[in-house]
Structure formats: structure tokens, C-alpha cells
Ligand binder design. Sequence first.
Ligand code: UDP
Length: 324
Amino acid sequence: MNILVTGGAGYIGSHFVKFLLKKNENVFVFDNLSRGHAEAIPGTVKFTKIDLLDYQKLKNALSRERIDAVVHFAAFAYVGESVENPALYYTNNVVGSLNLIKAAVENGIKKIIFSSTCSVYGNPLKVPISEDEPTKPINPYAESKLVIEKILRDFETAYGLRYIALRYFNAAGADPEGELGESHDPEPHLIPLVLQTALGAREKIYIFGDDYDTEDGTCIRDYIHVNDLADAHYLALQYLTDSGKSDIFNLGTGTGNSVKEIIDMARKVTGKTIKSEVTARREGDPAVLVADNTKAKNILGWNPGYNLEDIILSAYNWHRNPKF
Ligand code: UDP
């Protein structure tokens, strides 16, 4: 299949590209390299440096190739930044995606897999969170992703586009072969920050609140390995191709780990004393976010295989020897 991956130079997109190449698929990457890394794109893929906000260039680029399906990762993904600068998020994520979806439909492309997020649920009423949970985003990043899901739904009604939206929980870990990993600047995510502390790049890790209503008082999240996410995208694409049915799936392991458990596992994996200090809660952090992944398991046949130790070990190996 000819598969276009937008954001293929980014963290999750680059792992998916590698996964596709192992499946012998024909891969095209569109990325503006604003936050992705050119070094993450293998020489065997057809790469176009393009910004989704440049509609004309996008349309022309799509008309030159015979693309069967689009897997759309390209987006900005910092919650804090989206609160400070909502226009950036609505422009880059919503307008960029609208351009892509419009240009895809105009070029006769009928299948899109879309990177969404569990943050569309905001503060959920019920945990584990199923796809039936009402969507109530509490920041512009999550709102931008939900708007794009709605655009996809409306394009299905109007033009017969078929899509799968995948709502990820906390993407984590790195390519076990050490070629790819998470490299964000600034880095807001817990696991990379804990590992940077283990490696001496930071003095300590701050725990954002230990007075939550959880067993050890710290927030619980569902950490899912990037390769398990890559696998789910591939299964979603196969499902969409076979069934022709649009749908939405949560992607998480179904198991939650607290901030303290993450730090303890990082201590075990690295053998380092990782200094930690409890500080104030971070605004907007729900106490517990854990996926009910029954739907993805039953319908896509997805079975996430990496446990927390694998996640932290693969991430540690990357942070010890990052390639970019
Ligand atoms: N967290 C923390 N210290 C940090 C960064 C994150 O205690 O330096 C906590 C954060 O409050 C959340 C969890 O770790 O409960 C995961 O945060 P991250 O930013 O990795 O992902 P999010 O759940 O916000 O998408």
C-alpha cells in the first residue's frame, strides 16, 4: 500500500514509519520539520518537507503521488503551550488538518487514521475510560484534536471519507533497536525527565502533588509503548480497509501507574538514586487516567505487549545514547 505519514519525523510518527518499512509498505512522509527531526526519517522513504498550512503545495504534492491512505500525526502537542497560545494550536492543528483532509478528499483519498488523545475526555466521570465517556476537553490542545475528529465525521457524511481516530493515553518508551526515541525541547513529560535526572542532566525530579485521591497520593496515568501504538495504527488501517467502517478507539494498556511508581521503576532499571521532591500540583492534571481498551482489543485484535519495565528500559537506552 502507498501510505502517507504526516509528522513522520516526530516521536510517534517516526516509530510508525519504521514499523511500516518492516511490513514492506511503500511509505511517504510529509513533515515541516518544525519540531520533528530529519535524522529520524530513513533514506528509503519518500520525504517531502511541507507545511500543512500551505494548502496549494499540499494539494500539488498529493496529486503527484497515488496515496491509498493517510496516517496523520503532524500536530503540536504541548498542553501548557496551547493554554498560553491557543491561536497557534487552532491554526497549526485544526487548519493544518482541515487542509490535509480537504486535499485528501480532492485527490480521491478515502482513508485517514488520525492521532487523537485521551485528553478529549478532560476530567472523566468514570475510570477506566471507555469510548462512551463524554468528551469535555479542558485545554486548547485537546479541543483542537476533538474539532479534527468532528471534521473527519462531517467529511464522512459529505464525501464518504472513512477514518479511525485513535485516542492515545501516555505515549512512552523508545525503539528497542535504539534508532529512534523521544526528543522534545522543552521536555514536559515525566519519563524522559526522570531519566534525565538518572543521567545527571537534572538535579531532581519534581513530583507534581502527592495529595491526590490515589493510593500513594500521586497522579496515575496509563503509559503505552510507542511500538504498541504503531501496531495499533497498522491494525486500524487494515480494519478500515477491510470493513470500510469509521470508528474511534482508546489506546492504552488498561493499567495505571503513579508518578512514584514510575520513579521507583526508573530507579530499578537504571540502578541510580534518582532524587525527587514533592511540589505543588500542576494545573489541569486529573488524578487518574486509565484506558478501557476492550474495544481496540476486540475489534482491532490489538494486544499491547510492552510492560512498564520495557518502556522505561527502552527509553533509558535512548536517553543514554540519543541519535538526535
Ligand atoms: N509529572 C510530574 N513531574 C514532572 C512531569 C510530570 O509529577 O516533572 C506528572 C504529571 O503531573 C502527570 C504525570 O506525571 O500526573 C504524567 O505527566 P506527563 O506530562 O508525562 O503526561 P500527561 O499525563 O500530562 O499527558
